[in-house]
Design a protein around this ligand. Structure first.
Ligand SMILES: Nc1ncnc2c1ncn2[C@@H]1O[C@H](COP(=O)(O)OP(=O)(O)OP(=O)(O)O)[C@@H](O)[C@H]1O
Ligand SMILES: [Mg+2]
Length: 348
């Protein structure tokens, strides 16, 4: 079991003149639309319960206005909740005084912003060092660390450039280096890659995944994009109208979308490149002498299994133990989009 790093319980956020009163309405079943139309309050978040494990990438998804930014900003208390609790490493973030909170933001949780948020009049190296100097570190030490992290994100040689002289992707590398340099265990990334071109965006995902292999940070990553979520997320949580609709293992969400809203998110993904054989295998062994790893994606498995006598293979886990089997037939079924079932209300 992994430890819980961030525990969010019964969290509500209501925007408006009298949130406390509106909260009662929401608890009595008034939804976002009605709260806005009849009571002039905006339901930002409604009864969110989410445990974010340490050392993994947890993705939060949802349509525009579903409450993603509101949720991530509660973690470092840029937003005060209307009700609920927010614990980080067992510490109550909502009970922190001003000083403790400043300390928490400087040392524990760093943010990477969508629009990079760099100081335009400071050099790249100064941008990265700034957070360290604010932490109270000496100039020399801050500079050395800043150079180290810039090198780590592939920007060696650009230390003395100004942000405006860099491309968007490079600017976001600076943003990432700045967040990493503080040594914070938690990275909060709100649509950090969304402003980038698709190819640059994929590059940045690689940079992040590569760093994560060594650093094992607890990363909360917000995105609109399911492909991005599937590429980097160990877990995915999906919001709609301020409510948590489904959360858990990405593979599970793809094959068991909780409702039509989730189904709309997952229906167009490239199942061949995303679904793994371990997700759709049967647990009994086949007679095949060929084994394939459980995290092999269907597209690849299709190529392999189609050429095997008997057209099936055994599946092994990371420790090389046989955990099940898969046939060509199952792979082909797995590739098909389950449209008809969903329309028939299968996922409700
Ligand atoms: N300061 C505020 N005052 C009033 N309403 C707000 C405020 N901040 C957010 N909201 C409302 O709360 C809801 C959630 O907003 P939020 O910014 O969290 O959405 P989001 O999922 O991040 O959307 P996007 O994908 O567009 O960034 C929206 O209905 C929004 O209008
Ligand atoms: Mg947002």
């Amino acid at each position: 079991m992994t430890d819980t790093k961030i525990a969010i319980s019964n969290l509500y956020k209501i925007f408006g003149r009298d949130p406390a009163n509106a909260l009662e309405l929401v608890k009595n079943g008034v939804g976002k639309q009605e709260l806005l139309e009849k009571h002039d309050h905006v339901l930002g978040l409604s009864d969110i319960n989410l445990e974010i494990p340490a050392k993994g990438i947890s993705v939060i998804m949802g349509l525009s206005g579903s409450g993603k930014s509101t949720l991530i900003r509660h973690i470092n208390r840029l937003i005060e909740p209307t009700a609920g609790s927010m614990m980080v490493d067992g510490d109550d973030v909502l009970a922190m005084n001003k000083e403790q909170l400043i300390d928490f933001r400087r040392h524990k949780a760093s943010m990477v912003f969508q629009k990079f948020g760099l100081h335009v009049h400071r050099t790249v190296a100064e941008n990265v060092a700034y957070g360290l100097i604010v932490q109270g570190q000496g100039k020399k030490e801050a500079k050395a660390k800043s150079h180290k992290w810039l090198e780590r994100v592939g920007l060696a040689g650009f230390e003395e450039h100004f942000p405006s002289q860099l491309s968007g992707g490079m600017q976001q590398r600076v943003g990432l280096a700045r967040a990493l340099a503080t040594d914070a265990e938690i990275l909060l990334m709100d649509e950090a890659f969304s402003a980038l071109d698709p190819l640059i965006r994929t590059d940045m995902q690689d940079v992040l995944l590569d760093l994560q292999k060594d650093l094992h940070k607890t990363i909360v990553f917000i995105t609109h994009d399911l492909d991005e979520a599937l590429r980097i997320g160990d877990r995915i949580a999906i919001l709609r109208d301020g409510q948590m609709i489904q959360q858990g293992d990405p593979q599970h969400i793809i094959i068991h979308p909780a409702d039509d809203y989730i189904f709309d998110f997952v229906k167009d993904i490239n199942r061949g490149r995303v679904l793994q054989v371990g997700t759709i295998m049967t647990k009994d062994q086949s007679r095949s002498t060929v084994t394939i790893p459980s995290d092999m994606v269907l597209e690849e498995a299709l190529q392999t299994v189609a050429t095997i006598d008997g057209q099936s293979a055994n599946i092994v886990n990371a420790s090389d133990q046989v955990v099940g089997s898969i046939s060509l037939d199952q792979i082909v079924k797995g590739l098909a989009r389950p449209e008809v079932e969903a329309q028939a209300g299968q996922y409700r």
